[in-house]
Design a binder for this molecule. Structure first.
Ligand SMILES: Nc1ncnc2c1ncn2[C@@H]1O[C@H](COP(=O)(O)OP(=O)(O)OP(=O)(O)O)[C@@H](O)[C@H]1O
Length: 265
């Protein structure tokens, strides 16, 4: 279980101006939960994710995983980035095996595990290719395989399907759900898409900007499994939830505009 209390983070830019990205943010994520994180641009979603990953130090508050405070990156967590963040000079297999290598897993074993995952992600035959020789969707499959290779307890995903086309996005969503239903890591998944937030999540955490914190937790009462053709009927609950999320987001955008201009939107 991830427990976040009173988390605040301020950045100072090159000109010395300060931006409050997170302000007394609070969030609990249950063991094995798939939580999606949705909010206006710049509200602090990536910052929150990076704080959980231990990649960004925070000013105050606490983040605990199963009661252990986070002190930097750890083997219990893995992150998938929007721009894939693969090693450009390393083959597909070496990219997937990278985390295992850092953990001291012997070469033969890490290659075997990496090859299995590469095949699971539908990339058999591409083991020796370099990232630059793959499409965006294929590169993200490598990014997901790399994260899963270390069998993390917590999988942190920062808008992982934002840079791929709609068809590939749908396939990747289904593949991710199938893998999650098999392995059940705790997932925190940042997205800009209301549809994606509902399709994937057990709950949607709606974040507000100014203050940057979780404003509302919306349970997604849709049956699972939702992978591979078992996706929700896109009418009914699904349509109601996405419409509700858009109403809330539009309110947030309007509040932001009123604060900025002093006039109602
Ligand atoms: N390294 C940094 N230096 C200065 N300011 C930063 C830095 N990283 C983030 N910020 C600021 O913190 C705020 C939150 O940024 P963050 O990237 O977490 O938002 P986000 O919700 O993920 O945005 P988006 O949806 O557009 O990706 C923004 O105002 C951003 O400009």
């Amino acid at each position: 279980m991830i427990e976040i209390h009173g988390l605040s983070k301020t950045f100072t830019d090159r000109r010395g101006d300060t931006v409050t990205a997170l302000d007394d943010a609070r969030l609990d994520v249950a063991e094995n939960e798939f939580l999606t994180l949705l909010g206006p641009s710049g509200c602090g979603k990536t910052t929150l994710l990076k704080c959980i990953a231990g990649l960004v130090p925070y000013d105050s508050g606490t983040i605990e995983i199963d009661g252990r405070p986070i002190q930097g990156p750890g083997p219990d967590r893995a992150m998938v980035f929007q721009n894939f963040a693969l090693l450009p000079w390393a083959s597909v297999v070496d990219n997937v095996a990278f985390g295992l290598r850092l953990r001291g897993v012997a070469r033969a074993e890490r290659e075997e595990r990496a090859r299995e995952l590469v095949a699971t992600m539908g990339l058999a035959g591409f083991e020796k290719k370099l990232p630059g020789e793959l499409s965006g969707g294929m590169q993200q499959r490598v990014g997901i395989a790399r994260a899963l290779a270390v069998q993390p307890q917590v999988l942190l995903m920062d808008e992982p399907f934002g840079a791929v086309d709609e068809q590939t996005r749908r396939l990747l969503q289904e593949e991710l759900l199938a893998l999650w239903e098999e392995q059940r890591p705790t997932v925190v998944f940042v997205t800009h898409s209301m549809e994606e937030a509902v399709l994937l999540g057990d709950r949607v955490a709606l974040m507000s900007a100014r203050p940057g914190r979780v404003a509302e937790l919306v349970p997604v009462d849709l049956p699972r499994p939702r992978a591979r053709g078992g996706g929700p009927d896109r009418s009914g609950v699904y349509a109601e939830l996405t419409a509700y999320l858009w109403d809330r987001l539009r309110e947030m955008h309007e509040e932001h505009r009123t604060v900025r201009t002093g006039a109602p939107a």
